[in-house]
Design a protein around this ligand. Structure first.
Ligand SMILES: [Zn+2]
Length: 253
C-alpha cells in the first residue's frame, strides 16, 4: 500500500495506465546497482531515484573534477575533489529521502560485483571503459542478471539491454568480444553534455519500463547527435562468445 505522501509524490507517473499503482509498487520494491556516477550515471540516477526505485546502490571510485561539471548534472562546484558516488548520493537523498541510496565509493572488482549483482533486480552500466564493462558483463552473465548498458562519445551514443535472465540472450561480449582497441575516453575524444545526458536519461526510461514489467527493446539503439537520427540494430548471441558461450560455462562448472 502506498502512503498519501507516496501517492502525491508519484501521482503523475501513477496516472499512466501502463504504470498505475501496481507499477509504482513494483518500482518501490525494486533494487538497482549502478556502476559509474559520471555523465550517464548522473541523469540515470536522478530520474530513477526521483521515480521511486526502492534501493539504489552506486559504485564509483572517481572524484569530481571541474571538467566533469558540463555533463555530470548532479554535481556542483563545491563537489570538486569529492568522491562521485558520495557526491551524487547526497543529491539523491535530497531529492527523495524515501529511497535507500547506498554507496560504494571505490572502483568495483569481480568479488564485490559477484556479491552485489546477485542481490539486485537490474544492473546499470554507466562506466566509461572496456575493462569495467567487461567485468560488469561477466558478473551479470554469471548471476543471470539483466544489464542495461549505455555509452557516449563525441556526438554519438548508444544503449542496449542484455536480458541475461534468459539463456539465449546475447551479452556484451557477444557484441564486442575482447576487443579493447575501440576503447575511447571522453577525456581524450570529447563529449557534449546533452548527448551523454540523452543516453543516461534513456537508461532511466528503460530501467523504469523493465522494473515495472513493461516490454523493453533488446535491440542496440544508436544515437547520432549531429542529425538527431536513431538506428536500431539486431544482434544475436555469439556461440563462440568468450563470456557466455556454453563451452565456457561447462568448463567453469
Ligand atoms: Zn556473450
Amino acid at each position: 500500500m502506498l502512503s498519501d505522501d507516496q501517492l502525491m509524490r508519484y501521482s503523475r507517473q501513477i496516472l499512466l495506465a501502463d504504470i498505475d499503482l501496481a507499477g509504482q509498487e513494483r518500482l518501490l520494491a525494486s533494487s538497482v546497482l549502478m556502476v559509474g556516477a559520471g555523465g550517464l550515471g548522473n541523469p540515470a540516477a536522478l530520474y530513477l531515484v526521483g521515480a521511486g526505485v526502492g534501493r539504489f546502490l552506486i559504485a564509483d571510485g572517481d572524484h569530481v573534477e571541474a571538467s566533469n561539471l558540463h555533463r555530470q548534472i548532479g554535481f556542483r562546484q563545491g563537489d570538486i575533489g569529492t568522491n562521485k558516488a558520495q557526491a551524487l548520493a547526497a543529491q539523491l537523498r535530497e531529492l527523495n529521502d524515501q529511497v535507500s541510496v547506498q554507496v560504494h565509493p571505490r572502483f568495483v572488482g569481480p568479488q564485490w560485483l559477484a556479491e552485489q549483482v546477485s542481490a539486485v533486480d537490474l544492473v546499470l552500466d554507466c562506466t566509461d571503459n572496456f575493462a569495467a564493462r567487461a567485468m560488469l558483463n561477466a558478473a551479470c552473465v554469471a548471476a543471470k542478471k539483466p544489464l542495461l548498458s549505455g555509452a557516449a562519445i563525441r556526438f554519438g551514443g548508444q544503449l542496449v539491454l542484455f536480458d541475461l535472465r534468459r539463456d539465449d540472450a546475447p551479452c556484451y561480449g557477444c557484441l564486442y568480444g575482447n576487443d579493447e582497441s575501440e576503447d575511447e575516453l571522453c577525456s581524450e575524444s570529447g563529449i557534449l553534455g546533452p548527448v551523454v545526458g540523452t543516453i543516461g536519461t534513456l537508461q532511466a526510461l528503460q530501467a523504469i519500463r523493465f522494473l515495472t514489467g513493461l516490454p523493453v527493446t533488446e535491440k542496440l539503439q544508436q544515437f547520432d547527435g549531429a542529425t538527431l537520427q536513431w538506428r536500431s540494430l539486431n544482434f544475436r548471441k555469439d556461440p563462440a562468445c568468450p563470456v557466455c558461450s556454453e563451452k565456457v560455462c561447462t568448463k567453469k562448472s
